[in-house]
Design a protein around this ligand. Structure first.
Ligand code: IMP
Ligand code: MG
Length: 176
């Protein structure tokens, strides 16, 4: 990307790693026997991969992809399923692993369709939450960091598919 604006680091790699280890311990404590992590592509890929490295015992993974934003920085409110899960959820302890909860519209959609598949328990882990932008109250049992209303990138989160590779979270507001 030519002329990329300088990015202001909001959460450092060290801060993220420490918090992800804590979240992994919380999830393990609540589902000690086995847990099935459902990661939402693409944004949650880095969070998931760090999370599972901090969990011992039985863990299984699956992936789904949804699209709520195109190239815009705000949600259209329309959620499209791009890739469904490979296996069923019946009787399993399921945790949705998502990068960020913003308006909450994506999460409500996901929770509704996954709950209909009869998991034994359904919880949600989000690395980031922007509560000031919430339009609908989606339950999130595990939140990494609560942040102000900034558009953020890095650690899996993108703007127009860029910046997912950064090991930290940075602010990409218009004025930055
Ligand atoms: P929601 O439906 O508005 O809660 O949006 C959730 C989805 O929008 C997230 O899973 C992200 O993919 C994307 N998103 C929301 N805020 C940001 C942001 O600040 N940076 C990058 N992606 C974001
Ligand atoms: Mg996402």
């Amino acid at each position: 990307m030519p002329d990329a604006p300088p990015l202001e680091i909001l959460l450092s790699e060290q801060q993220i790693q420490k918090r992800v280890a804590e979240l992994a311990a919380d999830i393990r404590r609540d589902s000690p026997e086995d847990v099935h992590l459902v990661a939402v592509l693409k944004g949650a890929f880095m969070f998931l991969s760090d999370l599972v490295r901090h969990m011992d015992g039985a863990v299984t993974l699956d992936f789904m992809a949804v699209s709520s934003y195109s190239k815009a920085k705000t949600s259209s409110g329309e959620v499209r399923m791009l890739k469904d899960l490979d296996s069923g959820l019946q009787g399993r302890h399921v945790v949705i692993v998502e990068d960020i909860v913003d308006t909450g519209l994506t999460l409500i959609y996901l929770q509704e369709i996954l709950r209909a598949r009869s998991p034994k328990t359904l919880r949600t882990a989000c690395l980031l939450s922007k509560p000031s932008r919430r339009q609908i109250d989606a339950a999130v049992e595990y939140i990494g960091f609560t942040i102000e209303d900034h558009f953020v990138v890095g650690y899996g989160l993108d703007f127009a598919e860029q910046f997912r590779n950064l090991p930290y979270i940075a602010v990409l507001d218009d004025e930055s």
